[in-house]
Design a protein around this ligand. Structure first.
Ligand code: ZN
Length: 230
């Protein structure tokens, strides 16, 4: 087993005894970035055109909320309606092209070890948590607060946050059209790999939600690996 230095703080919030699998890049290549994202924390990185980002669901059933921007023009950003309309499918899976607000490909899913990912359920926030689960959860930050904090490092703010994608999150569309937020389909070490079709700024919130099963009530780390494919 190869050990790399971990950026996950000692005492991070996952339960003692949680199974963690830090799996390697899903596609072979020269590693240009390899970072570990603590539970509940945000992350960002630039993936250059042609490079492939692997996201590892280290502890299983951990939602990685994600936004993407054209690095040359942040006004061009991930668009849920463009992506769903072009794909004519409600889920994100192998082969899905993630489109921008201009309809252009930002990233393509080139490898995937779970059935599907969600891009309808949106991100949790302090406000929606309070509405759904009660006033006592207002001091618990959500993905929106993570996005805002990380976005500010790139000169982005509230008006730049749009509907997002949720890696590893299971939001089934029921036969009557209803959305469920239910226990995940993922497992420790499962991965998804996305190839950048232009230079893309990727923001991720390692979801801190503890009030519904989207993180299996046990927020765990993610691992982000970017390779120049060989
Ligand atoms: Zn969240």
């Amino acid at each position: 087993m190869t050990m790399i230095s971990s950026t996950v703080p000692v005492g991070a919030s996952f339960a003692a005894g949680s199974e963690l699998d830090w799996a390697q890049s899903l596609v072979p290549g020269l590693v240009v970035l390899d970072e570990r994202v603590p539970p509940n924390a945000p992350w960002s990185g630039v993936v250059a055109a042609g490079q492939v980002l692997t996201i590892v669901d280290v502890g299983g059933n951990q939602s990685g909320d994600c936004l993407m921007y054209n690095t040359a023009d942040h006004e061009e950003r991930y668009s849920v309606p463009d992506t769903l309309t072009w794909e004519q499918n409600a889920y994100v899976s192998t082969g899905t092209v993630l489109r921008s607000s201009e309809g252009r490909p930002l990233m393509t899913v080139v490898g995937n070890e779970i059935d599907r990912h969600d891009t309808i359920g949106g991100a949790c926030s302090k406000e929606s948590n309070t509405l759904r689960y009660g006033h006592h959860v207002m001091y618990h930050h959500g993905c929106r607060e993570n996005f805002l904090a990380e976005a500010s490092r790139h000169g982005l703010g509230v008006r730049d946050l749009v509907s997002n994608l949720n890696w590893f999150m299971n939001v089934p569309v029921e036969t009557d059209g209803a959305l469920g937020i239910v226990d995940g389909l993922s497992a420790p070490g499962r991965r998804v790999a996305v190839r950048a079709e232009m230079d893309v700024l990727v923001l991720v919130s390692n979801c801190p939600q503890m009030n519904n099963p989207c993180n299996d009530f046990n927020p765990t780390p993610l691992r982000m690996i970017v390779v120049e494919p060989s």
